[in-house]
Design a protein around this ligand. Structure first.
Ligand code: SAM
Length: 265
C-alpha cells in the first residue's frame, strides 16, 4: 500500500537540499555538448501547489523554500527553474525533480520517470505532457534495472524513495551495486532522510563501504514540527562531477547558519 504523498512535504528543507544540488548537477552535465540520459526511479507528481491544503497543513514549505530561497543566487539553476515554473504555473507553484529535469535538459536528452502511485502517476503524466519525458507506471528499481546501461550512456539517475518500508534501507545498497555494475559511468544520486531514530545509518554505512569514492553530503536542520523525526537530509552521489563538493560545502554553510539562527529563536 502506497500512502506517502509528497504534496505534504514539497518545498521543505530536504527538497531544498536535494533540488538545489540536482539542479547544479543537471546544469553541469548539460554544459557539455553531448546528449545524456536521465532516469528517475521515484518521480512523484512533478508539480506542487504550495497553497494546497496538504502543503498548508504541514507548513513545511513555509519553513523551507519560502524562508531560504536566498541560499541560491538568481543565476543558480535552482533559482532560475523556480522563477520559470512560477511564470508558467503561478507564484505558489513548486517544481519537483521531474520538472527541474524537463526545464534543464535539452531537446536531444532523454528523460525516463517512474512513479507507482496511481494518482501521483496521473498527475506526473499531466505535468510533463508538454515535454518529451517518458513516464512509466511501474516500480522504480524494476525500471532502472531494465534501462541500464541507457542510451545515450552518459547521464544520471536520481533515486528518491519514500522509505515507507523499513526494508527499503536494507535493499537499496544491493539495487545500487547492481545498477552501477551495469552502468559504471552513470552518475547516481540517492536521497535519504537523516532521522533521530538512526534508521538510515546502516544503509549509509554499507554504501560508504562499497563506494568510498562517492560524495556523501548531509545537512542538518530543525525538525518541521516539535518531535518530528527528520532532522536532516543526505545525498549519496556516485561518480560526483567536478565542483559538486564545493557547491555542497557552500550549502553546508547556509544550512549551518539557519540551524544556528533557529536555535536562537
Ligand atoms: N523525487 C520527487 C521530487 O523530488 O519531486 C519526490 C518523490 S517522493 C519522495 C517518492 C515517490 O515515490 C512518491 O510519489 C511515491 O508514490 C513513489 N513511490 C513509492 N514506491 C515506489 C516504487 N516502488 N516505484 C516507483 N515509485 C514509488
Amino acid at each position: 500500500m502506497l500512502s506517502y504523498q509528497h504534496m505534504y512535504h514539497a518545498g521543505n528543507l530536504a527538497d531544498v537540499h536535494k533540488h538545489g544540488l540536482l539542479s547544479w548537477i543537471l546544469e553541469y552535465l548539460t554544459a557539455k555538448d553531448k546528449p545524456l540520459s536521465c532516469i528517475e526511479t521515484h518521480a512523484g507528481r512533478g508539480l506542487y501547489d504550495l497553497e494546497d491544503d496538504a502543503a498548508l497543513k504541514t507548513g513545511e514549505a513555509a519553513q523551507g523554500i519560502d524562508r531560504v530561497a536566498d541560499f541560491f543566487p538568481p543565476a543558480h539553476p535552482y533559482s532560475r527553474v523556480l522563477v520559470a515554473q512560477r511564470d508558467i504555473s503561478g507564484p505558489r507553484a513548486y517544481p519537483g525533480s521531474p520538472l527541474i529535469a524537463t526545464q534543464l535538459l535539452r531537446p536531444g536528452d532523454t528523460l525516463h520517470l517512474a512513479e507507482l502511485h496511481p494518482g501521483e502517476f496521473a498527475a506526473l503524466e499531466y505535468a510533463t505532457s508538454a515535454s518529451t519525458a517518458r513516464c512509466y507506471h511501474r516500480d522504480g528499481f524494476e525500471l532502472a534495472h531494465s534501462l541500464v546501461p541507457p542510451t545515450p550512456r552518459r547521464g544520471m539517475m536520481m533515486i528518491d524513495p519514500s522509505y515507507e518500508q523499513k526494508s527499503d534501507y536494507t535493499e537499496i545498497p544491493g539495487h545500487i551495486s547492481r545498477i552501477t555494475r551495469a552502468w559504471n559511468v552513470g552518475l547516481i544520486v540517492l536521497w535519504y532522510p537523516v532521522l533521530t531514530s538512526g534508521a538510515q545509518a546502516g544503509m549509509v554505512r554499507s554504501l560508504k563501504k562499497s563506494r568510498p569514492d562517492a560524495l556523501c553530503h548531509e545537512v542538518s536542520f530543525p525538525p518541521a514540527r516539535p518531535g518530528h523525526g527528520m532532522v536532516g537530509s543526505g545525498l549519496f552521489v556516485i561518480n560526483p562531477p567536478w565542483g559538486l563538493a564545493e557547491e555542497a560545502a557552500r550549502l553546508s554553510t547556509c544550512f549551518a547558519k539557519l540551524l544556528n539562527e533557529r536555535k536562537k529563536d
